[in-house]
Design a protein around this ligand. Structure first.
Ligand code: SF4
Length: 375
């Protein structure tokens, strides 16, 4: 299969691994953060750490959209769904994320709340058209990849004159989060992990292009290599990062040229700029309040803004004390550092968000890596 099998070739993987071994400097350590949950999943699934020298460390970042939504926003969604006139539409993974009360959207659905699991934002529009007497709210989450589809449904709802459709907007921005990891004051509170370079996200970069990463490559002197999600993409990106680090360079390089350009998808960017604007600050699970890191719906589309229509309050709720998601999302701790990993907390009974989606570090490690050291 073109563009998949070629990037999963075991023979080629061995060759790249041998090149990595040849080029790493044994006197130093390389700490490389993959920001994106899709990369975390690929790294665990294909056993990439086993192919790397012991001084190359892969660090999981906060790039799983389900993982980074803070409990307060999930509680908001639960309270919305408990209103009799509301039908809440959400992607499946969000339903299973637990809150501080041990509740989840799935549990209140079982108690009778009308929550519909959807596969695309346009499904929410259809549900609104089919239920004119109910208020349909789309729980919108995700990074730059899922924002253009949310903009499309808001414009669609306006064009259709729908008065019973709104979006609870929780879209967040990748470059701001990476900058925050490198410079936030919470670093003192949570601890610090050395970072020598980043694997840039694939789908996000297809939308925003490689240009936005230039700022922190220059500002923080950290190399970035944008990579696709196949194992050879990730291996090649690791090699490219090691070369940059060895040569003392901090540049943005693009391994994923088959999908990512310098400018990105300008049509999608214009659409997003038409419908959304920056929030001054937004709370992320694990990162705290991150300035200019999220989007809200512009005033011109406020009729479709659930936060305005339902007067949704700002709630800030701490994570479960036993859960180490915060430190894991910052790359400071590894899933196995959490005392309840794989015992109390499993994908069937997630205590924190990192165990819910397959892109979460805990779920990826539970599915593919938890027996690695004992095998
Ligand atoms: S194992 Fe569970 S409780 Fe522990 S950090 Fe991961 S998601 Fe949170």
């Amino acid at each position: 299969m073109k563009y998949i099998d070629e990037f999963r070739d075991g023979g080629l993987a061995k060759k790249i691994a041998a090149r990595i071994v040849r080029e790493v400097d044994p006197r130093r350590h390389y700490h490389l953060m993959e920001f994106c949950g899709g990369h975390t999943h690929a790294i665990s699934r294909y056993g990439i750490p086993d192919l790397l020298p012991s001084n190359v460390h892969m660090i999981h970042g906060p790039g799983c959209p389900v993982c980074v939504l803070p409990i307060g926003r999930i509680e908001n969604a639960i309270q919305l769904a408990q209103q009799a006139e509301v039908i809440l539409c959400s992607y499946g993974d969000m339903l299973r994320v637990p809150t501080h009360r041990g509740m989840s959207l799935l549990k209140i659905k079982a108690q009778g709340a009308d929550i519909r699991m959807i596969y695309s934002s346009t499904d929410a529009i259809k549900i609104a058209q089919q239920n004119p007497q109910r208020q349909v709210v789309f729980l919108a989450i995700g990074f730059e990849t899922t924002t253009p589809p949310s903009a499309i449904v808001i414009k669609q709802a306006q064009a259709l004159g729908l008065t019973n459709f709104s979006v609870f907007c929780n879209h967040v921005l990748t470059p701001s989060a990476i900058s925050h990891i490198l410079q936030s004051p919470e670093v003192r509170q949570f601890g610090w992990v050395p970072l020598d370079g980043f694997i840039g996200p694939a789908h996000v970069s297809a939308v925003i292009g490689s240009r936005p990463y230039e700022y922190f490559a220059e500002e923080f002197q950290k190399p970035v290599v944008i990579a696709g999600f196949e194992p050879l993409d990730v291996m090649q990106a690791i090699l490219m990062l090691i070369r940059q680090i060895n040569e003392g360079r901090a540049q943005v390089e693009n391994e994923f040229t088959r999908a990512v350009t310098y400018q990105g998808n300008l049509k999608a960017q214009h659409l997003v700029a038409e419908v959304f604007e920056l929030r001054r600050a937004f709370e992320w699970r694990g990162l705290g309040w991150v300035p200019y890191s999220a989007l809200r719906i512009k005033a011109a589309f406020s009729d479709f803004d659930a936060e305005k229509r339902f007067q949704i309050p700002a709630l800030s709720i701490a994570d479960n004390k036993a859960c180490e998601c915060g430190a894991i999302l910052r790359g400071i701790k590894h899933p196995k550092d959490c005392k309840i990993f794989g015992t109390v907390c499993t994908p069937d009974n997630p205590i924190g968000s990192c165990m819910v989606s397959s892109e979460g570090a805990c779920a990826a490690y539970y599915s593919y890596g938890r027996f690695r050291q004992t095998a």
